[in-house]
Each structure stands twice: as structure tokens, then as C-alpha cells.
Design a protein around this ligand. Structure first.
Ligand code: IYR
Length: 331
């Protein structure tokens, strides 16, 4: 796979393609980052962006993981002390999951976000940005019903992080796009450069196949799940054997969470996927790419129960090292 294809595979949106192409032409020593509000246990939402970080490492990028402790605090996620404690666990789980330690720098937001220079820049960008704009940028990130003053400072700081961490690329879920757009618009007013952004999709809820899968709503899969939990969750997942006849507004006719998990979580991390079946049901099938598996499921060649069993065991393999690390940390 060429570098551009590798770094953009499974991305929902790239802003802009030309800027990403320029990075792909010369990736050595380039820096890409994702920020995470610390939480004790990683779930699939975190792992989706982590998969992209692993692709970027394979392409030669250096990775910065921002442990966004101040942002979590501004978003009402707990006391500063509590947040700091979970950040360390988060770092350990990312490393266990497969980020290459020698190519990953973990940075606490609080290590520079209280510096005088940063704080003055926050105030300058506050002066440049309308209240309305900042609130809109937070619509998909804000936790809690009531918008607090902290919620409008949050996206402005996230925009500045791009400059202060000296990164060439900002990565995030599609829920981060409005913050990245705000950054592209406002950083030049502080004489800082615009950087490209890459957004991963939001995966459908496991059970309904709609909306987003996150820890706060619906069912998600996390680093804490045992093999049995995974089997149970995957077995109850929505998995229509045929394509949805009514595409959603993006023209997507395939909101099958089982297929999405194969596409975004399993195939990027395994060269081949083997569905084990007894001989009387056709024997094992080996897939080298996602499309072949999706076609077989949709044509009836692959039974949803076999797809689900296979999915649960590959997910188990992916999360087992992180799950073990968490157990060690807690004992
Ligand atoms: N807004 C992110 C957390 C975050 C991301 C980046 I990139 C930052 O520079 C700061 C915070 C979230 O919703 O988790």
C-alpha cells in the first residue's frame, strides 16, 4: 500500500487532501497527534483513532498522544486529581494495545497549558472568536446539558495545542471536526500555521446500528471486557444479512456494526482473518480483505453467527494485552 493510501485508509474525512499528500510524500520525522480526555478504561472509540496512529507510525510518523487532563477538567469529568490518575492508566493501555513506545511521546496537557505564554494566547484567541462559534465547535464534545464558560474555552485551547505541540497533522474522530475547522480559521490570526486534519468515522451503536457507539450511550466494547463479555455483546449486535435498502443521508447503505468492527478494528490489525467452520458447513474461510468478507455475508455465503463468533475472538485478541495490563495495574 502506498503511504497516502495507508495514512488515509478508513478515514472519513481529510482536510485537505493536498496537504495530506504533501505529508505522505515526506513522512519521516513528521508529527501527528490525537488528544484524549483521560478515562480509566479505553473503549473502541479510543482504539479507532489508535489504529490510525499505528498506520501513521508504520508510515514513519512520530506520534504525540496528548493526555488532555485540563480539557477533561474543563469538560466536567472530575477533580483534577482523579483525572491525573486515570491518565497514567490510559498511557499503559495504549502501549499494550500496540503503539510503538519508541515512536510515541505522551504529553500531559497540564505540562504546558498553564504557562504564561499559552494562557495569553488562549486569551488572544478568546478575543478573536465569537461565543457562538466556540459553542458550535463543542456541540458534539460537551458533556452535560448546560454550556459552561469552560466549554467555550475548551475548543480554543484544543486549537492552540496544534501549535504548542508542534504537530504536522491533527487526528481525531469526526466529532472533533468543528474544533479543527475553528483551528484552521483562527490560528492564522495569531500568526500560526494551519495544519491538516484527518477524521475517523463514528461507529454505529452495536445493538441498534444507529447513532454512535460510546461509553456513555448504548453498548460499547472496552479494554475491561472478558472473552465472554465480548461474545455476549457481539452476539446481540445488529447484523442484517443484506444491505440496508434505505441509505442514510450520507448515502451509506451499510450500517452493520458487525461489518464496521471488521472493517475498522480487525482488518487493519491482522493480515488475514480466518472464519473457522466445521467441514459440514463449508470448512474454514480465509479473508485477506474486508470487502470479500462483507460480500460473503451479504450473499449468504457467510452466516451472521459465524461472522460474529470470528469477530468476538479477534476482538479478544486485540484487547487481551491491555486487559492484562489493567489487571496488573489494579492488583
Ligand atoms: N476533544 C477531545 C480531547 C482533546 C483532543 C485534542 I486533539 C486536544 O488538543 C485537546 C483535547 C475529546 O473529545 O476527547
Amino acid at each position: 500500500m502506498d503511504t497516502y493510501d495507508l495514512i488515509t485508509r478508513n478515514a472519513e474525512e481529510v482536510v485537505t487532501e493536498e496537504e495530506l499528500e504533501a505529508l505522505a510524500d515526506d513522512p519521516e520525522g513528521k508529527r501527528a497527534y490525537v488528544g484524549y480526555e483521560p478515562s480509566g478504561v479505553l473503549h473502541l472509540g479510543h482504539l479507532l483513532t489508535a489504529n490510525k496512529l499505528i498506520d501513521l507510525q508504520e508510515a514513519g510518523f512520530e506520534i504525540v498522544v496528548l493526555l488532555a487532563d485540563v480539557h477533561a477538567y474543563l469538560n466536567g469529568k472530575g477533580t483534577f486529581e482523579e483525572i491525573r490518575e486515570t491518565a497514567e492508566q490510559m498511557r499503559e493501555q495504549f502501549l499494550a494495545y500496540g503503539l510503538d513506545e519508541s515512536q510515541t511521546e505522551f504529553v500531559y496537557g497540564s505540562s504546558y497549558q498553564m504557562d504564561e505564554e499559552y494562557v495569553l494566547d488562549v486569551h488572544q484567541i478568546e478575543l478573536e472568536t465569537s461565543l457562538n462559534r466556540a459553542q458550535r465547535a463543542m456541540a458534539e464534545i460537551q458533556s452535560g446539558e448546560t454550556a459552561k464558560v469552560s466549554h467555550v474555552v475548551y475548543p480554543l485551547m484544543q486549537a492552540l495545542d496544534i501549535e504548542y505541540l508542534d504537530v504536522d497533522l491533527a487526528v481525531g474522530g469526526l466529532d472533533q471536526r468543528k474544533v479543527h475547522m475553528l483551528a484552521r480559521e483562527e490560528l492564522p490570526s495569531l500568526d500560526y500555521d494551519v495544519r491538516p486534519a484527518l477524521h475517523t468515522p463514528i461507529i454505529a451503536d452495536l445493538i441498534s446500528g444507529e447513532g454512535k457507539m460510546s461509553s456513555s450511550e448504548g453498548v460499547t466494547i472496552s479494554m475491561e471486557d472478558t472473552a465472554e463479555d465480548l461474545e455476549e455483546k457481539v452476539n446481540s449486535a445488529y447484523c442484517p444479512p443484506t444491505r440496508d435498502p434505505e441509505p442514510d443521508e450520507d448515502g451509506n447503505d451499510r450500517e452493520n456494526p458487525v461489518l464496521e468492527l471488521f472493517q475498522y478494528h480487525v482488518f487493519p490489525r491482522f493480515e488475514t482473518v480466518v472464519v473457522e467452520r466445521p467441514d459440514q458447513y463449508g470448512g474454514d474461510i480465509t479473508y485477506e480483505d474486508y470487502e470479500d468478507l462483507a460480500e460473503d455475508l451479504e450473499s449468504g455465503e457467510l452466516h451472521p453467527a459465524d461472522a460474529k463468533g470470528t469477530l468476538a475472538s479477534y476482538l479478544d485478541e486485540l484487547i487481551a494485552p491491555g486487559r492484562e495490563r489493567l489487571e496488573e495495574l489494579r492488583s
